[in-house]
Design a protein around this ligand. Structure first.
Ligand code: SF4
Ligand code: FES
Length: 194
């Protein structure tokens, strides 16, 4: 991957889109998040890492995309660039939804919440230390091929867990610890592998 996340050696075909009033060129294989990054336009992103496939879990990277007469909110980490689309990364709607997400995740992903100006949550059942970003699960699966962690349960009961009897010792690997947006994995690994 290059610095801006475009895969090297992929089709050289380019599209031109508008992001925050600027004309940006990007390969047809790029996402809106990658195109913005290549142009130095910052979009906050929580569950995204260039080494692993986009997941679209957190919705922090939402932007407004206008295509023809239709405008909608999309997750920029999963949304492919297209010729002529108009992207706005910082509208009132976008800011509102990002703040709502930060409140729903509270207090996991605290640095991001503070960056977005969120210092508390209106919701009565704030989350623990795991934001359910899935970075550890996907990194362990796609990069390490170990599958030491997984999501257990569904809906509001969904939580992260270590795969029972897993051979790898996460304390020795630690590679996903720096990715963890909530802080759960390092704390729980020290208990799970005692
Ligand atoms: S443990 Fe950390 S990396 Fe894994 S899903 Fe939770 S917040 Fe994300
Ligand atoms: S960074 Fe795009 S949905 Fe999480």
């Amino acid at each position: 991957m290059s610095d801006h996340g475009f895969a090297k050696g992929e089709a050289m075909k380019q599209v031109t889109l508008t992001i925050d009033g600027r004309q940006v060129e990007a390969p047809t294989t790029a996402t809106v998040l990658q195109a913005a990054k290549s142009a130095g336009i910052y979009i906050p992103a929580l569950c995204h890492d260039e080494r692993i496939k986009p997941f679209g879990a957190c919705r922090v990277c939402m932007v407004e995309v206008t295509k023809g007469k239709r405008t909608r909110l999309v997750a920029s980490c999963c949304y492919p660039v297209e010729e002529g689309i108009v992207v706005k990364t910082d509208t009132e709607k976008v800011k509102k939804i990002r703040k709502l997400v930060a409140e729903l995740l509270w207090p996991a992903a605290l640095p991001l919440a503070l960056e977005l100006g969120v210092t508390s949550s209106r919701f009565s059942a704030p989350r623990g230390e795991c934001s359910l970003c899935g970075l550890c699960v996907r990194y362990c699966d796609e990069v390490k091929k170990q599958n030491a962690v997984y999501f257990e349960g569904r809906g509001i009961d969904r939580e992260l867990a270590f795969v029972p009897g897993v051979k790898v010792d996460c304390r020795a690997c630690r590679e996903c610890f720096d990715l963890c947006t909530g802080g759960w994995i390092m704390n729980e690994a020290s208990k799970a592998f005692e």
